[in-house]
Ligand binder design. Structure first.
Ligand SMILES: Nc1nc2c(ncn2[C@@H]2O[C@H](COP(=O)(O)OP(=O)(O)OP(=O)(O)O)[C@@H](O)[C@H]2O)c(=O)[nH]1
Ligand SMILES: [Mg+2]
Length: 467
């Protein structure tokens, strides 16, 4: 058993540095649990005794090691007494000077006085176990911390606000009403379900199935909004993939060279296009080679193609076989949207560009990764490939972005399908109620109504320490 599994429902007092490691303006050390007041008093010397001060007050004072009498730092202590804190427990947050030595020493002193070092995500785990957040909101806390762009921020914030939870709870409540209707028949096992009750259950189940389908359909865009759009730049050697990668990144990340075969490994970096996170990948040029290292590179390019949400297929406008190259890449892309892009237009004159336009699709883009021509159109085309009409829409559609939520919804969908079938076959009420309960339990997994400890372990171990 991991230490986390042992501690999952512990009610000891935990401490951690909540700010990133390294030197900074301040560090925040968090202390939470039933013994917080005593432990805080044991190390803090100020005009007030912390344990006696009211909640939501801040106090200036010194951190002193009472065993040696040595001063460690002067700090601000912020008090949040239960239940009015993030964890719903007595919590003290010390803002120290931003030295890793000071915050590390303070943690040691808190531990010497009875606290335990918190596991990753343990403060949020406690917030969940104490009913402050439900599970999907707790997961949104991790997403919010991980968000690097507007799109990731927006979807995490909506989930934290409880948009998804409210919808799920509403679906469960409706199903619960149906379940109570069915359970009223328990004392009359011989009786058939009355027609009006039958209709009522059927309508509720159909509505729930519709909502679940909508949520399942939102997964692809939800995931893209949260994790970013995966966009590899693929193409023949020397077409200018690394040049384009660097241009979009706005710094010289990848090596650009006049000889083909320069890029051998895939390199990925995240950028923001109109607020959307885009994970851009520079790849090795697609070609047959006898060199095992180049071949390994091409294999990685293939993997990037398989994982792509959108492909940028880049060809050199001065090359003779560019039409064939575009055709081969389009074939290879399968169902993944592909943007065909002709590079190095700065080397072409108008008649050459016209000739290319005549032989390539009308949607082809023409750019110069060296000079920057056409890059804005390319950025817009990337956005439009996921959001037709361009740009992130300000909608209030509730989306799911987590595989865990998707799996739970797929189960609920299947179980509600079984309910619908049992109803249409006029099976007994117990039969219908059985599948209905399963579907409700699956929905409840999203909000953490009933959750196995190992699932909680998995979710919270992805958090950072101190959150
Ligand atoms: N004139 C001109 N040259 C370009 C342009 N884009 C790239 N090049 C040049 O083309 C050569 C190859 O560029 P890279 O960006 O290394 O091409 P690549 O597709 O990454 O090549 P590999 O990694 O070898 O597959 C370099 O000499 C670049 O300076 C462009 O838009 N115009
Ligand atoms: Mg390259």
């Amino acid at each position: 058993m991991s230490s986390r599994a042992k501690n999952l429902r512990s009610n000891d007092t935990i401490a951690a540095v909540a700010t990133p490691s390294g030197v900074g303006g301040i560090h925040v050390v968090r202390l939470s649990g039933p013994d917080s007041r005593r432990i805080a008093d044991s190390i803090f010397v100020g005009r007030t005794t912390l344990s006696e001060a009211p909640s939501h007050t801040a106090h200036h004072g010194n951190i002193v090691d009472r065993s040696t009498g040595k001063l460690l730092d002067d700090v601000i202590a912020v008090l949040m007494w239960e239940p009015r804190s993030y964890t719903c427990e007595d919590t003290v947050e010390f803002s120290t000077h931003g030295s890793p030595y000071i915050s590390g020493r303070l943690i040691e002193m808190l531990i010497a006085n009875g606290a335990r070092l918190a596991e990753p995500g343990e403060f949020t785990l406690r917030a969940f176990l104490n009913g402050r957040l439900d599970l999907s909101q707790a997961e949104a806390v991790a997403d919010l911390i991980a968000a690097r762009t507007e799109s990731g921020h927006r979807i995490a914030l909506a989930q934290l606000a409880g948009n998804l939870s409210n919808l799920i709870n509403q679906l469960r409540d409706n199903l619960l009403t149906s379940l109570s209707l069915l359970e009223a028949y328990t004392d009359f096992p011989e009786e058939d379900i009355e027609l009006s009750h039958y209709q009522q259950v059927k309508t509720t189940v159909e509505l729930a199935r519709g909502e679940i389908d909508k949520l399942l359909n939102s997964f692809d865009t939800g995931r893209i909004l949260r994790d970013g759009l995966r966009v590899p730049i693929i193409g023949p050697p020397n077409s200018g993939k690394s040049s384009l990668f660097n241009y979009l990144l706005d710094h010289d990340r990848a090596i650009v060279f006049s000889e083909p075969g320069t890029t051998r490994d895939t390199i990925s970096e995240c950028i923001s296009i109109g607020g959307l996170t885009v994970q851009l990948t520079d790849t090795a040029g697609l070609h047959d080679s006898c060199d095992p290292v180049e071949n390994a590179g091409v294999e990685r390019s293939m993997k990037a193609i398989d994982r792509a949400d959108v492909l940028i297929a880049l060809v050199d406008g001065t090359s003779n076989d560019l039409v064939d190259a575009v055709a081969a890449m389009t074939k290879r892309s399968g169902n993944t949207p592909i943007l065909c892009v002709v590079n190095k237009v700065d080397l072409l004159d108008d008649s050459e560009i016209e000739a290319l336009r005549a032989s390539l699709s009308a949607k082809t883009l023409y750019i110069s990764a060296l000079r920057g021509n056409g890059i804005e159109e390319l950025r817009q085309a990337v956005l439009e490939s996921v959001f037709p009409g361009g740009g992130l829409r300000e909608d209030d559609e509730i989306r799911i972005a987590s595989i865990r939520h998707k799996a739970a919804l797929l189960n609920a969908k299947e179980q509600l399908g079984a309910v619908a079938l049992a109803l249409s076959e006029q099976r007994s009420h117990e039969f219908v109620a059985f599948d209905l309960k399963l579907a409700m339990a699956s929905l409840g997994e999203i909000t953490g109504e009933i959750t196995a400890d190992e699932v909680l372990n998995r979710i919270f171990s992805d958090f950072c320490i101190g959150k």
